[in-house]
Design a binder for this molecule. Structure first.
Ligand code: GLY
Length: 433
């Protein structure tokens, strides 16, 4: 089977690795990811956020199945281009991926179809309305409606210390985008639940917790994600009833999108929060998470190609997952995220990584005369997988030592101490009336 993958990050490296196990893989990338290039029989380079450019790049070729991966690629309508080229497509159309690229639409869909989990929220287009809502809600999350690579959301307490600061950020977004989404601040612990979807059905993957803040102890700027862990069918701070609630929300969203006339085929990513009042929806993505894809795809039993095909054909075959634990730590360039070092050489000791049973996923790096260079964004995801999270963490941590050069990572991700903090936090919330 000939499968076309569009994307070139570490998430796509993880997808490519699984697809290449049982298909002939082809790739379209913005920049050459050396690992994907090696897995693919052929690849093309073009702007993957430009649907016409992707159409032109693959013209004259035929594929059985296609998967467009990154958010901006989906928002640009690349899945629609693949569909028009005559292949089965396992990623969402531009219309269906609106659940991610328009947060106002997402809240409206939930409201229209009675899907539970939204906090108080309002989309406003004037400064006076923004100020009124911020004063009304007290602590808030101020969100741009469109895609921001996970870096646009700002929250009272974390980023604002006053009504004025929150209002000032809301005004700046109104000036730039014409509107802003303001939500009541939610308090709790976030987790990611991803599901394969065929337009009607969902099949969930193991839950994962990502770490968005740049520095140890969850401080510093928001990033695309510094690392993540999973611990089997549940995370240590969530109960089966939380999972059941989150799964129901995903199923309800798929039903809602079908009724909206934009059936969702692809990977639906739910960002949930366990709060004192139950499960809340932070956001949805229309794709695998990065790094969460690396966690779950390492646990997938069976063929990703078959799962994608069953989604695209509308008869989802729910795959099984191992109950093992995983930890991913992202290596990022020195100075990241504020002033990342670009164009610096890094050396990967593949033998050392293999010896310590860690796996490496290439993110935003490029090759120059046979050397691997940083770009300024996250460089490599290092995966550890084992029967316990402590062992998975140790493998990932050891693996980080086999990439040499000006890169660093958060050492606390997946450690017992950090996980215990999550558990204690949720316990303290659950005892509140
Ligand atoms: N890990 C966050 C995201 O993929 O959006």
């Amino acid at each position: 089977m000939k499968v076309l993958l569009v994307g070139n990050g570490a998430r796509e490296h993880a997808i490519a690795e699984r697809l290449a196990q049982d298909c002939e893989l082809y790739a379209v990338m913005s920049k050459k990811n050396p690992a994907i290039a090696q897995l693919a029989k052929q690849y093309w380079l073009c702007d993957i956020e430009d649907a016409a450019a992707v159409r032109k790049a693959i013209a004259g070729n035929e594929f059985d199945l296609g998967f467009a991966s990154p958010d901006a690629t989906l928002a640009a309508g690349v899945s629609d281009v693949l569909q028009a080229a005559g292949m089965f497509v396992a990623s969402p159309s531009k219309a269906a991926s609106r659940i991610e690229w328009d947060k106002g639409f997402m809240r409206a869909v939930l409201r229209r179809h009675g899907v539970k989990g939204s906090p108080l929220h309002e989309v406003v287009a004037s400064s006076s309305d923004a100020l009124r809502i911020i004063k009304d809600y007290g602590d808030v999350a101020v969100k741009p409606l469109g895609l921001t690579g996970g870096k646009g959301v700002k929250v009272s307490g974390d980023h604002f210390n006053s009504t004025e600061e929150a209002a000032s950020y809301a005004y700046s977004l109104i000036e730039k985008d014409g509107n802003v989404l303001i939500e009541e601040k939610m308090v709790g612990e976030e987790f990611t639940l991803q599901a394969f979807c065929d337009g009607s059905r969902v099949s969930t993957m193991p839950p994962v917790q990502d770490h968005k803040r740049a520095f140890e102890g969850d401080i510093g700027a928001n990033t695309g994600g510094m690392g993540s862990y999973s611990t089997g069918p549940l995370l240590p701070f969530i109960q089966q009833s939380d999972m059941d609630e989150a799964k129901k929300v995903l199923q309800d969203v798929i039903r809602a999108m079908k009724k909206e006339g934009s059936p969702f085929t692809g990977v639906l990513y739910g960002q949930f929060m366990v709060t004192a009042h139950g499960i809340r929806v932070v956001e949805f993505n229309a794709r695998f998470g990065d790094p969460e894809a690396i966690n779950v795809l390492s646990l997938l039993e069976g063929s990703l190609t078959d799962t994608f095909l069953s989604m695209a054909e509308g008869h989802l075959d729910a795959p099984a997952f191992s109950n093992d634990c995983t930890v991913v730590k992202y290596l990022v360039p020195e100075g990241y995220p504020e002033k990342p070092l670009k164009d610096a050489e890094v050396a990967v000791d593949s033998f050392g990584l293999e010896e310590c049973r860690a796996r490496i996923y290439y993110a935003s790096v490029y090759e120059n005369s046979g050397k691997i260079m940083t770009t300024g964004s996250r460089a490599f995801g290092i995966l550890g997988r084992a029967a316990t999270v402590a062992e998975a963490e140790r493998i990932s941590e050891n693996g980080c030592g086999f990439v040499r050069g000006p890169v660093w990572h958060r050492k606390d991700i997946g450690t017992d101490a950090l996980i215990q903090r999550r558990v204690d936090h949720v316990r303290s919330l659950r005892v509140k009336p």
